[in-house]
Design a protein around this ligand. Sequence first.
Ligand code: C2O
Ligand code: CU
Length: 468
Amino acid sequence: MTRICPFAAVALPLLGCTSPTSPGAGQAPEDSASPVAEELPEPYALEGLTVAADLDPQLDVVEVHLTAAVSSVEWVEGRQTEIWTYNGLVPGPVIAAKVGDTVRVVLTNELEEETTIHWHGLRISDEMDGVPAIQAPVQPGEQFTYEFVVPDSGTFWYHPHVRANEQIEHGLQGMLVVEEADAPELPERGFVLDDVYLSASGSFGSFNTNHMEQMHGRFGNLLLANGESRVLDGALAPGVPERWRIVNTANARMMSVEVDGAPWRIVAIDGTLLAEPLEVTRFRMPVGRRIDVEVLPQSSGDTVSLSVFTAGETYPVFEASVEGEPGPGEWTTWPATPLPALADPTQEVELVLNGRSSTSGQLEWTINDEVYGEHEALPVSADTPTRITVRDRSGADHPFHLHGQFFRVLSRDGEQLPWDAGRLDTVLVGGDEELVLQTDFDNPGRWMAHCHILEHAELGMMAELVIE
Ligand code: C2O
Ligand code: CU
């Protein structure tokens, strides 16, 4: 089975990029059941991923300890790749909470460089948002405790916000799940989809130094699902619907996902359960985007798969056999997130995305003609229905992400499209498109708005909104 393989530029055998016999870093060690984890209630399970142990016995407090440190994995056969992990895992452990819980994460930095953690999609205090403009990055050997209440249910993720293109690529990334208070009970499965660019020797090489990478972002040559370069496997029961939580954590690669072998539908986009689940044949996921999918396996003997379609090819990442006790065979009724009627906007914000060459010939990506670092923060009024127009003048795709708020898409080039439904925090602005978004800016503070192609953000495509 080839993945995004096959290291076209280097002389590796076609199958050389998979390491089916070696346990990937994404696998928990077999004897990982520590006494602590056994004594504490562990109500949430997400098949395919390790869920972090909750170290606080209080029911509405989740305490997780994350240590960022160097580790290694055999993604290229016979080669060790140095990776950076949370608790030795790529992706890091799933942080699971219920809506309204207090989440406390103690981060210990054992890397040789500073880092932070940003909670992608969470509407929390800006002081806990993990951006270096507000939080002094955690230095090597130091510790920082993040603590916040999670106001919204949904599938989120976490990652550093310092040199994010390098740190996320090296493996610092994880899923964060906030369960609905009235979550339907069904088996859940998680997929963290990423790609990495490795040389023939299995190393990451340099970052953002070549023009292609600066231009399009860093595209990998190895596709990873839950930190594994092989096709994951599993078993589903006939007629038992499952909830699959999927996130695209790649630096730049748009991934379309599709399920084959069973009816499926999109039930949530970013942090919102949709009023009307979406039936699609394939769903585009820009980087940063999450979806929740409901899959309804049919008959014993079927094979159900999840595949990533990218760059014109389909790559299976998960293949399951359907077997065992049959269930009711019915779709689930989802507690859709109530979406208030949109008030008439009384504030306008315009963000123009573009690129240019600096005087030294370096590519710069801009928002409103400014690169981050030489920018002026944009003041806006809080709790005000606001129309944000995002215009792409660069001709390149930019997955636009706004910290600390949700927005809704009013129109994309004048049209309202079903896949732009719900409250979002990340949305693709395709080359030359114009998106009109609406938000209330109901979470005051200093918040970043940036392209989630990490190389673009590093090269300036990040703005700062001061909401007060
Ligand atoms: Cu997913 Cu500013 O980040
Ligand atoms: Cu971009």
